[in-house]
Design a binder for this molecule. Structure first.
Ligand SMILES: Cc1ncc(COP(=O)(O)O)c(C=O)c1O
Length: 429
């Protein structure tokens, strides 16, 4: 590695981050550990290139290989998700959602999404976000039981008549009923946008239903359960895109053109070609039969963790999980989300504090934590390792001030991680 010679200060920091990821357990549900191949593509010469436009229609020369790289990513995405159009250029999930709103709505028009404090994402209409500053946003909560209340969502939609409805969440441990949402959206003639950022890997793996056939547009980050680089894609069906010319009208028929024009030149300049290359690699990996087993193991691990935590008396929102994540109400154990996050951090377990439905506390120090299993499953851990992790979580959260216990538990986690190493050949020094 040259970095250690040219910039030892930065190399040292990257090495520390590598060791942190190697020695600790990342249980943040939106994180994962990419393959060395994805990492290699991400650190490639693609980052040197400007390629505003789309394959075959660019504003810069020298595109013979970049066109092929982007086309490969697009074809793989279309095949994997079974859609006719894929845009792989959004820099990340938030810009992808912004592009969809930009494509389908006029400023001030109404969109509806899940309330942030109940598990929705910022870009689905949260009050400080562009999605409510530039549009009129309506938010729907979950029911008291933590599940989406489809009757209530239908009622709000009929009352508010939004032009666009988001389904998708950042903290929701259950299956999304896309067909039910489609009925609600059709009822009020709204576009249905499924933001499957969290569950796209589970969908590819066949352990969560697909929104294809229900949603008009699908957005997804590529770096969560899909296990690719940071990035995003927008998927839809419709007439072949021609981003050079505005379509005659804004309608479902022209979704591909509307989406492409919104991403470029609407919101972005040059795509990140190194990121596109890495997305292509991740999609190739996700198309392999092993990925199905990976997705199924993510869910088995989450269910196993839920069962253990329930047996230790923890309160789980909705009583359990169907996917890769658990939402735990830690106040029942006399803790707050902030304290639980910090305590687990001290033993090498990274989780994130999170509000729970009907939370009476603030998002900065909420009542819950989110725990996810994508990363530990990538490392190869299964139910027997999950049992060890659950035991550590239980013990330290019952005795958050016991330093000797925390030292012992930290060692248990380090030993566990050493048995399931990541990037054994990588070093920045
Ligand atoms: C449902 C959902 N949509 C969009 C995003 C935004 O992705 P990004 O952080 O890449 O902008 C997230 C990120 O957590 C998410 O959970």
């Amino acid at each position: 590695m040259h970095l250690s010679k040219t910039d030892p200060e930065l190399a040292q920091l990257l090495q520390h981050e590598l060791i942190r990821e190697r020695d600790g357990l990342e249980l943040i549900p939106s994180e994962n550990i990419v393959s060395p191949a994805v990492l290699e593509a991400l650190g490639s010469v693609g980052t040197n290139k400007y390629s505003e436009g789309y394959p075959g229609k660019r504003y810069y020369g020298g595109q013979e290989f970049v066109d092929k790289i982007e086309s490969l990513a697009i074809e793989r995405a279309k095949k994997l998700f079974d859609v006719t159009h894929a845009n792989v250029q959004p820099y990340s999930g938030s810009p992808a959602n912004q592009a969809v709103c930009f494509a389908l709505l006029e400023p001030g028009e109404k969109l509806m999404g899940m309330h942030l404090l109940y598990g929705g994402h910022l870009t689905h209409g949260w009050k400080v976000n562009f999605s409510s500053k530039y549009y009129t946003a309506v938010q729907y909560p979950t029911g008291k039981d933590g599940y989406l209340d489809y009757d209530e969502i239908g009622r709000i939609a009929r009352e508010e008549k939004p032009k666009l409805i988001f389904i998708g969440a950042t903290a929701y441990p259950r299956i999304f009923d896309f067909a039910r949402f489609a009925e609600i959206a059709h009822d009020v003639d709204a576009y249905l946008v499924a933001d499957i950022s969290h569950v796209s890997g589970l969908i590819i793996g066949g352990v969560h239903p697909s929104p294809v056939g229900c949603a008009d547009v699908i957005t997804t980050t590529t770096h969560k359960t899909l296990r690719g680089p940071r990035g995003a894609m927008i998927l839809c069906n419709g007439e072949e895109s021609n981003f050079l010319k505005p379509p005659p009208e804004k309608s479902r028929r022209y979704l591909p053109t509307l989406i492409d024009r919104a991403v470029f030149p609407g919101l972005q300049g040059g795509p990140h070609d190194h990121q596109t290359a890495a997305i292509a690699v991740a999609l190739h990996e996700a198309a392999q039969p092993e990925f199905k087993e990976y997705a199924a193991q993510i869910v088995r691990n989450a269910k196993s963790l839920a069962d253990h935590l329930l047996s230790y008396g923890f309160t789980l929102i909705s009583g359990g999980t169907d996917n890769h994540m658990l939402l735990v109400d830690v106040t029942a154990k006399g803790l707050t989300g902030k304290i639980a996050e910090k305590t687990l951090d001290e033993v090498g377990i990274t989780v994130n504090k999170n509000t729970i439905p009907f939370d009476t506390r603030s998002p900065y120090d909420p009542s819950g934590i989110r725990i996810g299993t994508p990363s530990l499953t990538t490392r190869g851990m299964k139910e027997s390792e999950v049992a060890i992790i659950a035991d550590v979580i239980n013990r330290v959260l019952h005795h958050p001030d016991d330093d000797a216990l925390k030292r012992r538990c930290h060692q248990i986690i380090k030993d566990l991680c050493a048995q399931f190493p990541i990037y054994p050949d990588l070093s920045y020094l």
